[in-house]
Design a protein around this ligand. Structure first.
Ligand code: C2O
Ligand code: CU
Ligand code: CU
Length: 552
């Protein structure tokens, strides 16, 4: 390999290198789509072969177009030498067809998927989800967009001509070896958009729609245009917002989507750069310059993602951003039937830490939560670990109630299925568990940092018929603790007859463990423990309560 080629492969000021037209995956709106997952060789850089996986393509896969209320049929063929499966991220499908780790398609096998599309119009995606192999298979290239269309969205004057004024944009970072192979890891130092390095996209001088997806393993992108050129966010993970939100940045964590409108009217001949403003990331967010984590040339810097070259308008352009969009009503907190707490703990690097949900690692044989069909639940997600985690729940969409007690920004007030929870932060979401009991096929919830997910930062829930009595451990009213932060001991009071008390440190280890009847009010001495966050868990056979305690 000569040095010129090595230079091509390394991050290099994009100005001195040729730019490539952005690949737009074909969109298919057919009765039964055959998605063939296979090994391929793809040239991201001319003359350099990279071994990839793809879904009916050398890298990534086609865009599947679904219609709300219609039936979607897909046959997934596995032509890899290892097991795979396929997950329809964000779609509210029967658990049997959700394609989480319990579902395996053997090499040479196929899986027939058929479900009614329940989600509203929006941008969703598919990717493999096999036990401990998700990150590797996604990194090799298996993923694609799902665009759902419905009547409500069709009635709006929005750009929707695929590849003309409506574009899928998946942002991924990859690292290449000199011989062209991918290096697997949390971060890459080459930005690929739809698999294209140093891409440009020709957009007509009118209102265009970009469907943004962070399809990266671990990097988080604060996206925006150069000179803070404004854009309008019209949809989040689970469909249209009720009104557009004008912004100049949108932070996208792994698995998150946002649809934006960009008004290019009158800008023919001009160009505009979509950037990731990585210098703005807090140290705790993967992609920042935090030096104790895995390094990458892209960490902590602002870098170009996509050059937009503005061409002549089309014959019937959309020229204005509609004032009103969807009509979805956020779920009402007052109607919640249950509350659960999910504490994210652990310490480590972006690609190799041990991280836990409620102190536990994923176990395919353990059901972590049993949820009554029709329940509307509040999940309080508290992060006491050392970094931000994108928390994702399968089975549909949720709404964010608040972040640290404060209403989320407007763009986060629509239907979501991934929420970034920063270190030290707490987020409350509300979700309804309708339509399907899980019937032996549990749904997952997990960190969408793909390396954390494969490293067991995942758990599973089942949905049961409300007429079936379940013996489930339910979340009890909160334990109260004071003082917190503390430098010596804390006093607690537990509102139920508990039989076990545990205090977990940030690494998920129980540093205090009491069994037998727990006095309802008592004190725990933290004097000898290092400072930092701890999680206090008190439970009986049927109830559990958790709270975070800070040691100074
Ligand atoms: Cu994007 Cu468990 O999924
Ligand atoms: Cu998912
Ligand atoms: Cu994580």
């Amino acid at each position: 390999m000569n040095s010129r080629i090595v230079l091509l492969l390394s991050l290099f000021p994009s100005a001195v290198l040729a730019q490539n037209p952005l690949a737009i995956p074909p969109a298919f709106d057919v009765d039964t789509f055959h998605l063939v997952v296979d090994e391929h060789v793809h040239q991201f850089y001319p003359g350099i072969n990279t071994n990839t996986y793809g879904a009916s393509a050398e890298y990534l896969g086609p865009t599947l177009v679904f219609h709300t209320n219609d039936t979607a049929c897909i046959r997934v063929h596995n032509d890899l030498a290892q097991i795979t499966n396929m997950h329809w991220h964000g779609l509210h499908v029967p658990a049997e067809f959700d394609g989480g780790p319990p579902r395996e398609i053997a090499p040479g096998g196929a899986w027939d998927v058929k479900f009614q599309v329940k989600n509203p119009a929006g941008t969703y995606w598919y990717h493999p989800h096999p036990h401990e192999l998700t990150a590797e298979q996604a990194n090799m290239g298996i993923a694609g967009f799902i665009i759902v269309q419905d009547d409500e969205e069709a009635a709006l004057d929005l750009p929707r001509t695929y590849g003309v004024d409506d574009f899928p944009i998946v942002v991924q970072d990859r690292r290449f070896q000199a011989n062209g192979s991918f290096v697997f890891g949390p971060f890459g130092d080459s930005v690929l958009v739809n698999g294209t390095p140093r891409p440009y996209l020709e957009c007509p001088a009118q209102v265009v729609r970009l469907r943004l997806l962070n399809g990266s393993n671990a990097r988080i992108y604060p996206l925006g245009f150069e000179n803070n050129h404004p854009f309008s966010v019209i949809a989040s993970d689970g469909g249209l917002l009720n009104a557009p939100v004008t912004m100049d940045r949108i932070p996208l964590s792994n698995g998150e989507r946002a649809e934006i409108l960009l008004d290019l009217t009158g800008m023919e001949g001009d160009s505009l750069l979509l950037m990731s403003y990585g210098s703005e990331l807090p140290a705790t967010v993967p992609g920042s310059s935090f030096i104790l984590w895995e390094g990458s040339a892209l960490n902590g810097i602002d870098f170009p993602v996509l050059r937009i070259r503005i061409t002549a308008p089309t014959t019937s352009p959309v020229t204005a951003v509609p004032a009103a969009l969807g009509t979805a009503l956020p779920l009402d907190e007052a109607l919640a039937t249950n509350t659960r707490t999910k504490v994210l703990s652990g310490n480590g690097m972006v690609g190799m830490g041990m991280f836990y949900i409620n102190g536990q690692m994923f176990d395919l044989n353990v059901i972590n939560d049993t949820i009554q069909l029709g329940a509307m639940e509040i999940w309080e997600i508290e992060n006491i670990s050392n970094m931000a985690h994108p928390f994702h729940i399968h089975g549909g969409s949720f709404y964010i109630l608040d972040r640290d007690g404060i209403a989320p920004p407007l763009w986060e007030q629509g239907a979501k299925d991934v929420v970034l929870v920063d270190a030290g932060a707490g987020v409350r979401v509300i979700m309804r568990f309708d339509d399907y009991i899980t019937d032996g096929w549990p749904f997952m919830y997990h960190c969408h940092n793909l390396l954390h997910e494969d490293n067991m930062m995942m758990a599973q829930y089942i949905v049961v018929d409300q007429n079936v009595a379940v013996v489930d451990v339910i979340e009890a009213p909160a334990i109260s603790v004071f003082p917190s932060p503390t430098s010596s001991s804390i006093n607690y009071s537990v509102p139920f007859a508990a039989t076990e008390l545990r205090l977990f440190d940030g690494n998920g280890r129980a540093v205090v463990h009491l069994v037998g009847p727990i006095v309802p009010t008592g004190a725990i001495d933290l004097g000898g423990l290092p400072s930092g966050p701890y999680m206090l868990v008190v439970n009986s056979r049927t109830q559990v309560a958790r709270t975070v305690v800070m040691k100074e």
